[in-house]
Design a protein around this ligand. Structure first.
Ligand SMILES: Nc1ncnc2c1ncn2[C@@H]1O[C@H](COP(=O)(O)OP(=O)(O)OP(=O)(O)O)[C@@H](O)[C@H]1O
Ligand SMILES: [Mg+2]
Length: 245
């Protein structure tokens, strides 16, 4: 394959130190993965294998214990996200790297449509156009219209996940991290998410997504990385066959 990766994670490991309990807890161990423009790398493996920890390391919620996280910016600068300063990380989160987590953290007074439109408004898209796009994607994700003008703070798990996805997908970052994006969704909404992810691939977005559902992996993944607790990773290459080994 001759396209260049936008992200290369090399030998990423994270051990949590539980000071109060005097213990250390190995999480992700020696993980290698790459993300490419217009392709989706699926991260699979059993509960506790350290999948979410890898995504949080890339987003710099956590610092890795060891390893390199080489990211190529839109300007062509190559930097190690494990070493980049806080200011640069915040800038990248605003402009280039998105994260749809399993949880939604929002301010209680912000309306759902504003939450979803916010990344576009920050990018300079006029407010009315950003709101129109936000409503369009909320409709596509089957979030009932009566909820658009209220805060998502009290939404159900599935409703919150729709808002989180709407915001993450609409922002169109260069690299999008997705942690079990369809875990709380019904079958119809899951199909919409599949469609939206496929559309996003066509725009050149690189994605790394955690899935437990192998059916989704078959439908969406171009590359598959399997994490095994506690030692090492296995790699499968999906190519055009969409076969998961
Ligand atoms: N902040 C933390 N402090 C201590 N231990 C942690 C922390 N975050 C994760 N861990 C531990 O690291 C291990 C891997 O957690 P992680 O959330 O990455 O797993 P996962 O592969 O995403 O699992 P799941 O499929 O259940 O979401 C777990 O044993 C977890 O208890
Ligand atoms: Mg997880």
């Amino acid at each position: 394959m001759n396209i260049q990766p936008i992200l290369e994670v090399e030998d990423f490991s994270k051990t949590f130190i539980l000071h109060e309990q005097g213990k250390s807890l190995p999480s992700s161990q020696s993980v290698f993965l790459k993300a490419f423009p217009g392709r989706l790398t699926a991260l699979i493996g059993p509960t506790g294998a350290g999948k979410s920890t890898v995504l949080k390391g890339i987003y710099r919620t956590y610092l890795p214990t060891s390893g390199r996280i080489m990211f190529t910016t839109g300007q062509g600068q190559i930097l190690d996200l494990a070493l980049a300063d806080e200011h640069k990380i915040l800038e990248l989160r605003q402009e280039e790297i998105g994260f749809v987590t399993q949880f939604l953290h929002t301010l209680p007074r912000q309306s759902t449509e504003d939450v979803v439109a916010m990344p576009l408004i920050k990018e300079g898209v006029p407010h009315d156009i950003a709101l129109e796009k936000a409503r369009d994607i909320l409709g596509k994700l089957n979030l009932p219209e009566r909820l658009w003008a209220v805060s998502p703070a009290t939404f159900s798990g599935g409703e919150k996940q729709r808002v989180n996805l709407a915001r993450g997908l609409l922002a169109q970052p260069r690299l999008l991290l997705l942690d079990e994006p369809t875990a709380s969704l019904d079958a119809k909404t899951t199909d919409r998410v599949i469609e939206l992810i496929q559309n996003l691939k066509e725009t050149g977005t690189a994605m790394i997504a955690i899935f437990h559902d192998m059916d989704l992996v078959k439908k969406l993944a171009d590359d598959v990385v399997k994490l095994e607790p506690p030692v090492g990773t296995e790699h499968f290459f999906n190519s055009n066959t969409n076969e998961v080994a």
